[in-house]
Write a protein that binds this ligand. Sequence first.
Ligand code: CMP
Length: 139
Amino acid sequence: MQKTFSIIKPDAVASGKAGNILAHLETEGFRIVALRMTRLSLSVAGGFYAVHKERPFYNSLVNFMTEGPVVLMALEREDAVKKLREVMGATNPANAADGTIRKLYAESIERNAIHGSDAPETAAQELAYFFTSVELNQL
Ligand code: CMP
């Protein structure tokens, strides 16, 4: 079993798709280990996306991620990191395969409904950024 980290982004929460996305993830075999709805501050969102600091879209991305509530999730299943990336679809919904979460719910390359960690090492860092070890291991 492997854990990964995911965020239902402000666009999908605002459009009322958070429940559909959670159901989609459970249908794909992910167990919800930890879950929290919150609104990210500029410093928390900026820190989370620090790896993209030099990218032209960084400021816009951080503003978007703070515009409304998000749902933070720790998810578990076999091969969770890779499987979540498949289920999410391509970053740009225009390139996402039919049936993927981004194809179904994303608006644009930035407002793309969901985040998922890109590697096991990133998943460990991102899980620890938002959840305590007690939250990740209690249930
Ligand atoms: P995510 O998987 O959370 O990782 C980084 C985020 O930056 C990505 O989803 C998008 O929301 C955003 N992003 C990536 N590429 C671009 C781009 N070319 N223009 C605007 N936003 C982008």
